[in-house]
Design a binder for this molecule. Structure first.
Ligand SMILES: *[C@@H]1O[C@H](CO)[C@@H](O)[C@H](O)[C@H]1NC(C)=O
Length: 392
């Protein structure tokens, strides 16, 4: 069985689960409109309070259990879709290949959960209490709550007894969550980075025999986010052209592949790093591309981009000719044209879709939605590999 989850722009209507001709199931996923997405960043760069709260987002506190560390704040997440817990409680979640827990706001969460949908176990007939503490530590504070178990509906497929976290304190995500469009996160990484090694929903779908293959694939649609979809249990050939090129994973934590180097107009980056460091993670929960801060600063300087006061992000006047940016993964080139690594903020300002982040486990690159929009990305959990093809 396969399920397909559609990805659409936030401005467009949410698509309800539907059954396509060939039995593929779909759930709507939404995308935060580019302009809203960038505007938030530009505004943020003016506000002292917000700046202060953002300053720590990527500084990961040490001494945590490895599974409890998440290297991002979802400020950079744009795509989300709806899941159902307990038969009839709907939540918009980010389908995030860069983490491995499912969590949603709990009815016991107050201020830090903003106006989000909240899971209420009292309204579910299939709820099973667990009550084990759930904690993820961000540099800026905790996201915490407790585990519960309930049935989860995902694109028309049911996971029986999915253990997830009800979050009662989301203050560690600050405004990214409070004013964000999403009520929670659905992690699609490996359970080795899952808090308490809780099996992910996708692993549960595999274990419960709901899928005919242990892979899922993201198609993010056009720049407007229309018609994107997440397929569970296979791929959707109408959303890519040519053959899928398979790459073995170099670690089963995040979806990590070997990155031979990054080139920009003849200049080579990352290639001189040690073999261990030559890695990239494919992360649907990050909107942009992210690389080591020094490399990204040099790249930004090379193309004449200006640094925003926060987060090692850069802007550039729209329409400036930009060279091709190429990621070489396992010997194969994946080029992005100039217009494919900027996001238009309006008023002639473009955000460079490359930000600097020094990942604790790095140096490594994070290839987020900017990469995945151009390259249909297949995550094959069963065979521990990833596949890439040109998106249609
Ligand atoms: C509660 O959830 C945790 C995390 O998944 C799990 O390790 C534990 O076994 C569960 N406890 C019960 C009683 O189900």
């Amino acid at each position: 069985m396969r399920a397909v989850i559609s990805l659409v722009c936030a401005a467009a209507l949410y698509l309800t689960p539907s059954l396509a001709e060939d039995g593929i199931r779909k759930i709507g996923l939404s995308k935060v409109a580019d302009r809203d997405f960038v505007e938030k960043k530009l505004k943020a760069s003016d506000g002292d309070v917000l700046r202060e709260s953002l300053r720590h987002h990527f500084e990961i506190s040490t001494g945590q259990e490895p599974g409890n560390i998440i290297v991002k704040d979802y400020q950079n997440a744009q795509y989300y879709g709806t899941i159902t817990l307990g038969g009839n409680q709907n939540f918009d979640v980010i389908f995030d290949t860069g983490s491995s827990n499912l969590w949603v706001a709990s009815y016991k969460c107050w201020f830090s959960c903003g106006l989000h949908h909240r899971y209420n176990s009292k309204k579910s007939h299939t709820f099973v209490a667990n009550n084990t503490d759930f904690n993820i530590q961000y540099g800026s504070g905790p996201v915490s709550g407790y585990f519960s178990t309930d049935d989860l509906d995902l694109g028309g497929l049911t996971v029986e007894g999915q253990t997830f976290a009800e979050v009662t304190d989301a203050s560690g995500l600050g405004l990214a969550f409070m004013i964000g469009k999403f009520d929670g996160i659905l992690g699609m990484g490996f359970d080795s980075i899952s808090v308490a090694n809780t099996p992910t929903p996708f692993q549960q779908l595999m274990a419960q025999g709901r899928l005919n293959s242990g892979m899922f694939a993201f198609y993010l649609g056009g720049a407007d986010g229309k018609d994107g979809e997440l397929v569970l249990g296979g791929t959707d050939p109408k959303h890519y052209t040519g053959d899928i090129v398979w790459v073995d994973l170099v670690s089963e934590t995040y979806w990590t592949v070997g990155l031979d180097g990054v080139t920009l107009d003849g200049a080579t980056y990352h290639a001189s790093e040690t073999a261990k460091a030559k890695a990239a993670i494919i992360d649907s929960g990050t909107s942009l591309l992210a690389g080591p801060t020094a490399e990204v600063a040099a790249m930004a300087q090379q193309v004449g981009a200006i640094k925003l006061p926060i987060n090692n992000e850069y802007v550039i006047p729209c329409g400036m000719p930009l060279p091709t940016l190429t990621f070489t993964i396992d010997g194969k080139d994946y080029p992005l044209n100039g217009d494919e690594y900027v996001i238009n903020a309006g008023n002639g300002i473009c955000l460079l879709a490359i930000m600097g982040i020094d990942v604790p486990a790095g140096p490594m690159w994070i290839l987020g939605d900017t990469f995945m929009r151009k390259y249909y990305s297949v995550f094959d959990m069963e065979n521990k590999r990833m596949g890439f093809a040109r998106s249609t």
